[in-house]
Design a protein around this ligand. Structure first.
Ligand SMILES: Nc1ncnc2c1ncn2[C@@H]1O[C@H](COP(=O)(O)OP(=O)(O)OP(=O)(O)O)[C@@H](O)[C@H]1O
Ligand SMILES: CC(=O)N[C@H]1[C@@H]2OC[C@@H](O2)[C@@H](O)[C@@H]1O[C@H](C)C(=O)O
Length: 398
């Protein structure tokens, strides 16, 4: 047997594995790097976060990604150039993080590399009957493996599509493995650029777990302050908190077929972007009528109203469910307060109450997916909407 294959086989037979999960989301703020010790697999999985950091991207690199990000007319040459570059930039960040943590690459069994989504086009978005659900993550795993010297699993979403899904949200798998509970029904709400939620009823099998993208998280608010204030985001909602809700604009923002579509469903900044906001301002008659503060305040309400509507539609009204938030939106006090006010029964706290840093959650979820692919005992039955398949392609160093 080739040595690299033998090594992967040995890793698959270990009782516990050190896996680095990498996530770079739609906010393009930086690379989340989570070093996890994962013990067991399937329903016996336990995960411990050994170290976590987010390394911000250089503005120049971000600028290159933004040239094609969520754009229908992204230049093919730029996409081609970015595929290795994204992986090289991220791999150097992993090398730096390991140095900082004083951990040698030999101590790490696997890297689970999400890459950078540059375009997400499920059928519900492109509506072209000749084409399937589609999604594209840049950052090729071979470059990651070669630079770090660590076996890398990457490109997780294609297999999900191949097995009948939309390639997202993949949060359901890790959320179920880590947070299913015998006594407590739980709602895991991630508010990144796009928000998604996983509902896990108490003492249930995977077939009753529900997961979907909801709509915008921070993406519209971020795009707005980037355009008008030259800021990456509205820190602590300082600008938005000075404004007031405009109902006309909110009603117009809520009026989109995606928000009425039955779940599970997925979306991205391909839909929720500045053109979406400008169209809503125009058709509500609010173009030029509102202050920046009022628009940002209304966008925060939009984020929360989409979430509240999705919860009302999909969670049983009579059960006691506890809510746990994660993602950067959990640090936005305006969004969080509105959420708590709108859904008081859920008693929202963040996932640190479950022992997991809310900023690290998505990166940890990818480490869990790699763990399942390499050693999963398949003791969980998937469903049509959420197939339990081996995700991620293997790249060997050397
Ligand atoms: N202190 C803060 N105040 C307000 N907003 C914040 C704060 N900290 C983070 N955020 C928001 O969180 C965003 C980053 O969130 P996160 O890293 O979870 O997104 P992502 O992983 O890129 O998104 P996705 O999961 O949708 O792909 C920032 O762009 C900002 O909007
Ligand atoms: C295509 C894509 O990259 N989607 C992301 C994005 O960010 C949040 C939401 O939209 C979610 O569907 C997904 O990420 C998380 C990690 C997921 O797959 O669960």
């Amino acid at each position: 047997m080739k040595r690299s294959v033998e090594k992967l086989y040995e890793i698959s037979r270990k009782a516990s594995r050190n896996i680095i999960g990498l996530m770079s989301g739609t906010s393009l703020d930086g690379l989340d790097i989570a070093l996890c010790r994962i013990t067991g697999s399937g329903l016996e999985t336990r995960a411990e976060l050994l170290a976590f950091t987010t390394i911000p991207y250089e503005p120049g690199f971000c600028g290159h990604v933004r040239e094609v990000f969520a754009r229908k007319d992204g230049e093919l040459e730029k996409i081609c150039l970015l595929h290795p570059l994204v992986a090289q930039v991220q791999a150097r960040m992993v090398v730096d993080a390991l140095k900082q943590w004083k951990i040698s690459p030999e101590e790490v069994d696997l890297i689970a590399s999400h890459g950078q989504t540059v375009y997400h086009a499920p059928y519900s978005f492109h509506h072209n009957p000749e084409f399937p659900n589609a999604t594209l993550q840049l950052g090729d795993g071979d470059h990651m493996a070669e630079i770090t010297g660590i076996i890398t699993l990457s490109d997780f979403r294609q297999k999900h599509i191949a097995a009948g899904g939309e390639g997202a949200p993949l949060a359901i798998y890790g959320d179920y493995l880590l947070f299913a509970d015998k006594e407590e029904s739980r709602l895991l709400l991630n508010m990144g650029g796009i928000s998604n939620l996983t509902f896990i009823p108490a003492a249930t099998g995977f077939d009753r777990v529900f997961c979907t993208d909801v709509g915008p998280g921070n993406t519209l608010m971020d795009a707005y302050v980037q355009k008008y204030f030259n800021l990456p985001y509205d820190e602590d909602a300082r600008i938005a908190s000075r404004g007031q809700l405009n109902e006309d604009l909110l009603n117009r923002l809520m009026d989109h077929s995606f928000l009425r579509l039955s779940a599970p469903k997925t979306t991205g900044p391909e839909l929720f972007n500045m053109e979406y906001l400008d169209a809503a301002l125009e058709t509500s008659g609010m173009q030029g009528q509102l202050s920046h503060e009022d628009i940002l305040h209304t966008l925060a309400h939009f984020t929360v109203k989409c979430i509240a509507q999705c919860i009302a539609k999909h969670l049983p009204a009579d059960s006691s469910v506890r809510g746990f938030v994660s993602g950067g939106g959990a640090s936005n006090p305006l969004v969080l307060n509105l959420l708590k006010k709108t859904c008081p029964d859920l008693q929202f706290t963040d996932t640190s109450a479950l022992g997991l840093d809310p900023d690290a959650k998505e990166a940890v979820l990818f480490a869990l997916l790699a763990n399942e692919t390499v050693s999963g005992s398949a003791n969980v039955e998937g469903t049509a909407a959420y197939p339990w398949v081996s995700m991620g392609k293997v790249s060997f160093p050397g």
